[in-house]
Design a protein around this ligand. Structure first.
Ligand code: BG6
Ligand code: MG
Length: 211
């Protein structure tokens, strides 16, 4: 086996929370009269909550103090969490679940490497509570992707070196993070276009052919 473990990004790889992030940021931005649309939302993929807010506030004429920014981010997160309550195991596609089960059956350790501080709630909603061998997320890092910290911690939690792990990502910043950490990577969506991605994939299911 070329790899011993697979580290999955969450949002955009295991599940699709984009629309909830969008709705929640939109409500927050409307509240302060700042223009926000789906094109700007695309720039928030893989980016931490506070860095996302900074991107949204580029459109504002006002400058916001740190305290106010924290309030706005917290407000967005409350709206977002309410929306996440709608998620259920039905939101986990057969393609993703079957691929995960297949990799597990073949003996790979499976981990999550996500910038999200809501990782545990999302996994619970999807019925994946306790499924992964390790979880590294926004609650255990100080630097978000493209910094490799979240993946290095995931490898460390698994007790493995980066060379033994394959990172699966949908965001360009996520592939940057994988490369910076010394990981091979598999990319879906925009991440498949990254010039340094090890395995560009058209579908998530193609993963079982890459490891
Ligand atoms: C990433 C998403 O997984 O998590 C980003 O792609 C998001 O869009 C980031 O901003 C942080 O998420 P959260 O849930 O901690 O606000
Ligand atoms: Mg992602």
């Amino acid at each position: 086996m070329r790899y011993k473990a697979v580290i999955f990004d969450l949002d955009g790889v295991i599940c699709f929370t984009d629309k909830y992030h969008y709705q929640a940021w939109k409500e927050m931005a409307d509240g302060i009269g700042v223009y926000f649309d789906e094109v700007i939302n695309n720039r928030l993929r893989g980016v931490s909550r506070m860095a996302s807010l900074d991107i949204i506030l580029e459109r504002s004429e006002k400058s916001y103090k740190e305290k106010k920014k924290e309030k706005l981010a917290a407000q967005k997160n409350e709206i977002y969490k309410k929306l996440l309550e709608q998620m259920s195991p039905a939101d986990l596609s057969d393609e993703v679940k079957n691929t995960l089960d297949e990799l597990r059956k073949r003996g790979y350790k499976l981990a999550i490497g996500s910038s999200s501080k809501n990782t545990k709630m999302i996994l619970k909603q999807l019925g994946l509570d306790g499924y992964f061998d390790a979880i590294s997320d926004g609650t255990n890092i100080t630097h978000s992707k493209p910094d490799p910290e979240v993946f290095l911690k995931a490898a460390q939690f698994l007790g493995m070196d980066p060379e033994a792990c394959l990172v699966v990502e949908d965001a360009l910043a996520g592939i940057d993070a994988a490369v910076a950490g010394g990981f091979d990577s598999a990319g879906v969506g925009e991440a498949a276009t990254h010039e340094k991605v090890t395995y560009p994939m058209e579908t998530f299911g193609a993963l079982s052919l890459k490891v």
